[in-house]
Design a protein. Structure first.
Length: 248
């Protein structure tokens, strides 16, 4: 029976991949031309296109995103969004359902992708996660971009969590940036994404993902103790919400 279910997921996964490819092909010319134009308004519109692609993709893939806590923050205000990371689909969901004007920090390897590498270089901040100097440089770029009004989306664990633990230990970057720039943090927890598209599988399932935004965490004065205090506070808040979802 298990193998039969997996067999039916093969055409579904092909549909998901094809629909995502078609969406990117349709949007690519507009994104490319808008980025080349140098027009600030068009450049800003380009950052909203991944949001549209993410929301359409979730619909076409049969994924229902159940949200809570959106009233905790203002879509027109600048934040550092800090989320958990357990699935391939996390970037699509967070990109599609966080509407603020934003950039992501992502793996440097994606910049080598044909055609899309140019767009991703403009929209995201690359980082080689295993390289300490690269992480430092990315944080410096992040701070510079935030001066332009961008919000940031960061997966604070630094990599995808493939363990049985709800969360991996958090990196310092988001919290040191928050303290230095005085920009508040919005923690968010995604639950169920790893059931629909686990990191160790290629097959995609339709289903539900819970996206919970937690109350805004205000920045502290920049110091090592305050950075660790803020990081631990966010970690415990996200851990509590994740466990609450799992217990239901």
């Amino acid at each position: 029976m298990i193998y039969l279910k997996r067999f039916y997921l093969i055409p579904w996964t092909l549909w998901c991949g094809l629909s995502f490819l078609v969406l990117n092909i349709l949007f690519f010319p507009f994104m490319y031309l808008f980025l080349l134009s140098g027009n600030k308004t068009l450049y800003r519109w380009t950052h909203q296109m991944p949001t549209i692609i993410g929301r359409i993709s979730a619909f076409l893939w049969g994924i229902r995103v159940i949200e809570s806590g959106r009233d905790h923050f203002d879509m027109k205000t600048q934040y550092i969004f800090v989320g958990n990371h357990r699935s391939f689909i996390d970037a699509i969901i967070s990109g599609g359902f966080i509407y603020n004007y934003k950039k992501f920090i992502g793996k440097a390897e994606i910049l080598k992708w044909p055609f899309m590498g140019f767009i991703l270089r403009k929209l995201y901040i690359p980082v080689k996660r295993e390289d300490k100097d690269s992480r430092k440089k990315s944080m410096e770029q992040l701070i510079e971009k935030m001066k332009e009004g961008y919000s940031m989306v960061v997966f604070s664990e630094g990599k995808s969590n493939t363990t049985d633990e709800p969360l991996l230990p958090f990196k310092d970057g988001a919290y040191s940036t928050s303290c230095e720039t005085k920009i508040p943090i919005v923690p968010f927890v995604m639950y169920g994404a790893d059931d629909l598209w686990p990191r160790n599988q290629l097959l995609i399932r339709p289903g539900k993902i819970y996206l919970d935004f937690l109350p805004v965490v205000e920045p502290l004065e920049p110091s090592e103790d305050n950075i660790q205090q803020q990081k631990e506070f966010v970690f415990q808040a996200m851990l509590k919400k994740y466990k609450e979802r799992k217990a239901r």
